[in-house]
Design a protein around this ligand. Structure first.
Ligand code: GA4
Length: 330
């Protein structure tokens, strides 16, 4: 990653209004082995659109293996990494996020999790890396998906939906349009000279999919926006997962759950590595509130759309846009 001079930093990545935020102690924690987990999941999704998951059953070894192989990839010479880019949207990307001019202090790999559609870029990434990379990505995603199905099934139960797989079936579907992102936020020592201002690693946004499952190393940086508009810093925990409600789940619950706005700030001294699974519906799936959730006479707040239509609109938007607004009924 090229070290940028301060005028360049000023131009692209500074968050001018951000005061330092202490680590927030109020992030809801859900224990997957707790008999009341479903109630806690629903409460966290209503109140925050976000929670930390502990006792999740994914072996820590899978996380460590993936972290090591991912670091090995990001340590390669820039010219090697560039051969796995630019992202289309899959592949290696550096500083540019999405197709519409968003930038951040980040480099990343975006992969498709559907084994039928391994893009040529992913093939290249895995061919050029030690054989292990593909193996550890696959072992991690397999375990993570199973955990995610369980969370979605508890969520459906907690919402009082009789069809336990009403949400999980969309991710279990072989056509589920899900993806996986490996983000590396290099340290940026220049941040210390910025008079308390912050450097944006990944700008504020909501995730378009149903659910996102994030795991990071122990470097902080992730912030979420509370319902009153306050930004708070999430204490990192490398052994746990952080789960986000995405826009699609907001629609499927007719606004009972809110997709959480979040962003990542770069650290002056430590590198942050995160791995995020984005669980999405099949492209042809019609997205609308779950009928069994709707009260008598309750109307959808949203126009009906397919995941493909929403995804197309998302890729035409800027990161910070309110992507659901055009789909809301007036
Ligand atoms: C945000 C969530 C996921 O990281 C992602 C991102 C995607 C990309 O990086 O290609 C998008 C962004 C994300 C939403 C708006 C569009 C598309 C960048 C961007 C500006 C992979 C996704 O699905 O949507």
């Amino acid at each position: 990653m090229v070290v940028l001079s301060q005028p360049a930093l000023n131009q692209f990545f500074l968050l001018k209004t951000c005061k330092p935020t202490p680590l927030f102690s109020g992030i809801p924690v859900v224990d997957l082995t707790d008999p009341d987990a479903k109630t806690h999941i629903v409460k966290a999704c209503r109140d925050f659109g976000f929670f930390k998951l502990v006792n999740h059953g994914v072996p820590l070894e899978f996380m460590a293996n993936l972290e090591n192989e991912t670091l090995r990839f990001f340590k390669k010479p820039q010219s090697d990494k560039d051969r796995a880019g630019p992202p289309d949207p899959f592949g290696y990307g550096s500083k540019r996020i999405g197709p519409n001019g968003d930038v951040g202090w980040v480099e990343y790999l975006l992969l498709n999790t559907n084994p039928d559609v391994i893009s040529p870029k992913s093939q290249f990434i895995f061919r050029e890396s030690p054989q292990n990379f593909r193996v550890v990505v696959e072992e991690y995603i397999r375990a993570l998906k199973n955990m995610c199905y369980e969370v979605l099934e508890l969520m459906a139960e907690g919402l009082g939906i009789t069809q336990r797989n009403a949400l999980s079936r969309l991710l279990k579907d072989e056509k589920s349009d899900s993806c996986f992102r490996l983000n590396h936020y290099p340290p940026c020592p220049e941040v210390q000279a910025l008079n308390g201002r912050n450097l944006v690693g990944f700008g504020e946004h909501t995730d378009p999919q149903i659910i996102s499952v994030l795991r990071s190393n122990s470097t902080s940086g992730l912030q979420i926006c509370l319902t009153d508009g306050t930004w708070v810093s999430v204490p990192p925990d490398q052994t746990s997962f952080f789960i986000n409600v995405g826009d699609t789940l907001q629609v499927m619950t007719n606004g009972r759950f809110k997709s959480v706005k979040h962003r990542v700030l770069a650290d002056p001294t430590k590198s942050r590595l995160s791995m995020i699974y984005f669980g999405g519906a099949p492209l042809s799936e019609k997205i609308s509130p779950l009928p069994s959730l709707m009260l008598k006479g309750e109307e959808s707040f949203y126009k009906e759309f397919t995941w493909w239509e929403y995804k197309k609109a998302a890729y035409a938007s800027r990161l910070a846009d309110n992507r659901l607004a055009p789909f809301e009924k007036s």
